[in-house]
Write a new protein. Sequence first.
Length: 202
Amino acid sequence: MKRHALVATFVAPVLSLTLLTNSVAAQDTTSHKPFLGAPSFSILPSALTTCVISCDTGDSKTDFNARFQAVIPTSTPWLAFVAGAQWGWASDSAHAPLAFFGAVVPIVPLNDLTNGWLSFSVDPLGVAGGPGGKGTNFVLEGAVNLNLGAKMMKAAPFLSGFGAFFLLDQQLSRVPLDANGDKDYWNPALVWGAFFQIAPWP
């Protein structure tokens, strides 16, 4: 039962956003371009490093992180939606499965300056654990993508959605405490690795 509950926890946000996309697109008959676009799906083999700036132990730790996400673009370049899951399955001491969902807010002027090589965004997210977790936490994420495939491998569809990414995530609800028992707002986690868009191919 726990396994089924975990699957439901992680798959539900992705399915909900996909169904919402199809519903809005079907209802929007007066506009040439619907507000919500078709979702893209990516796998992101990566590492997760804790205690990047500060924490109660003072020691940083890095574990393998398996991440999957779906991104739904909108008709404005300033907003997209994201949902997915990640799990540090390679070690018993790594984090348990987590689901995340929320918005992606691209920093459009900065992205334009890099001519598409780099993509910067600020992402307000809800992050939820599986059964036995403490509910959903609000996390503010800073994201940078290095779009190697889109800039260097356009002729190979299976590589054109490839690149590297760096995420800095700070939990803002149920904030962890530092060694003095105070709320530590400088205790982010760094998630870094590669991304591969698996559907649709760019």
